[in-house]
Ligand binder design. Structure first.
Ligand SMILES: [Zn+2]
Length: 472
């Protein structure tokens, strides 16, 4: 039982603080939460934005914090694939690859180890379940963007056999030519999953109160919709929210006090930031934080649960200036991605008035819209519209994104928050490769892969400047 909180104030969130908890330092379950693109300024931005509505962030109340370096083996700025691999396997690899080291060897992940030790394992994301962050925990491919490799990731997910996998990405499980299917090998992995014993959930079944295990839930063809766009969708097309998926996964994995490892990704903070969409970054960070709150609430029932919240990298170079117009941003009622899709709609392209309605004020006129239409493709149009709105909103993003390998990620350290048994082991300044190795060490398992950060060759030919850190 936890000690009473003498200091008062948010005692439930401090229950698992190693300083006050009477529990052992060895966790009996782990939730690793990854905000994709959620750097410190994205968090600050979202906190400021929602403070106007008297809301605060759950992750701000976690007792242990750290700063984490994130670079990959190919660039000082990582992509999500190399970062997820580092967080899952403790090895730095080349951007764009998943779960393969720089010699091409498949890496063992913390999920592989957890499963081998009889723990339940699971993944929850608001992106495709084959997207880079979850894939880093089960997949091994050379090119995360190649459809053949994405097909392979769906196979590799089923081969690993998580007890719970909830998110989007149904199209990567169904043959090309059928509905929205994209699989080039024309196999139907949904049928294969069901034959293999999976209970399958989608829009037609909804998310049940209790999941049957093993559970595969794919609530969208690709990524799940953004928070800002939910109200624009017909109700039948609104998938469960990240916090609802999280709640179901926790209840199923943790039933009977089972040990489990669960990775939860808030994947679309990154997507909003790629489009220079400040309102989306705030809304997606909040959505992820609501999932954090759900996990912290659950932790009160499971005091042996270690919760780690971090990011793979930051995105967009968002700066917090003194001239941000918060109320103006709050008027926006759709994402820039949604607006661009409306502008590019072949049959009924949106008018200036319709887009201004979504922006919440008269940001566009015919001339600006005509300029936007000159963008060569949708990503460029999103950034052009994002740049236009950012000027009005007083928001600053990093320029020159098109010349960067990661197209808009930035390489500064990201925050890490932890609570529960062993949380203190993650405190301080660490590298993303040290997260799985410290978790493994806490539980007392064998280390996953042979990797020494101090000997890694970096893009500039130097060895890692980050000294290998020991216990103290
Ligand atoms: Zn990104």
């Amino acid at each position: 039982m936890r000690a009473p909180d003498a200091a008062g104030g948010a005692p439930e969130l401090r229950a698992a603080d190693p300083e006050t908890s009477e529990g052992a330092e060895r966790p009996g379950a782990i939730v690793l939460m990854i905000g994709d693109g959620m750097g410190i300024s994205q968090i600050t931005f979202s906190r400021n934005y929602y403070l106007e509505a008297d809301e605060s962030l759950a992750m701000d109340r976690m007792p242990v914090t750290a700063l984490m370096s994130t670079h990959s083996s190919s660039n000082w700025v990582t992509d999500s694939a190399a970062a997820a691999t580092a967080l899952a396997s403790g090895v730095k690899i080349t951007n764009g690859r998943i779960g393969l080291d720089d010699t091409g060897t498949a890496l063992r992940t913390i999920s592989d180890e957890a499963k081998a030790k009889g723990w339940r394992i699971g993944y929850v994301t608001d992106t495709s379940i084959t997207h880079a962050t979850p894939a880093g925990f089960y997949g091994h491919v050379r090119d995360r963007y190649l459809q053949q490799d994405i097909d392979a990731l769906a196979d590799q997910l089923l081969e690993q056999g998580p007890d719970v996998a909830l998110g989007g990405g149904r199209r990567d499980f169904e043959p090309i030519g059928t509905g929205g299917g994209k699989r080039l090998d024309k196999r139907n992995l949904l049928e294969i999953a069901k034959e293999g014993g999976y209970a399958f959930y989608d829009h037609s079944t909804g998310l049940p109160e209790e999941l049957e295990l093993p559970a595969l839930g794919l609530f969208g063809g690709g990524h799940l919709p953004y928070e800002l766009d939910r109200e624009l969708l017909p109700e039948a097309l609104r998938p469960p929210r990240l916090r609802e998926l999280t709640q179901s996964a926790l209840a199923a994995l943790g039933a009977d006090n089972s040990p489990f490892f669960l990775m939860i990704e808030g994947g679309r903070i990154d997507h909003g930031a790629h489009s220079f969409d400040a309102a989306s970054v705030a809304a997606q960070t909040r959505s992820f934080d609501q999932a954090v709150q759900t996990v912290l609430d659950y932790q009160r029932e499971r005091p042996d649960l270690l919760v780690v919240v971090t990011a793979d990298h930051a995105t967009g170079g968002l700066a917090i200036n003194d001239f941000v117009d918060w109320p103006l941003i709050a008027r926006q009622s759709a994402t820039i991605e949604w607006m661009v899709a409306r502008i590019m709609d072949q049959t009924h392209p949106a008018t200036v008035a319709e887009i201004n309605e979504l922006i919440g004020y008269d940001a566009l006129d015919d001339e600006v819209l005509a300029t936007l239409r000159e963008a060569p493709e949708k990503y460029a149009m999103r950034r052009a519209l994002g740049t236009h709105l950012a000027l009005k909103q007083g928001v600053t993003w990093v320029p020159r994104i098109e010349v960067l390998e990661t197209k808009g990620h930035t390489g500064e350290d990201v925050p890490l928050y932890a609570s529960g048994p062993g949380a203190r082991r993650l405190q301080g300044v660490l590298d993303n490769t040290e997260v799985p190795s410290r978790l493994i060490e806490l539980i007392g398992w064998q280390q996953l892969n042979d990797f020494d950060l101090s000997t890694i060759d970096l893009p500039n030919g130097e060895n890692s400047p980050i000294p290998h850190r020991h216990d103290d």
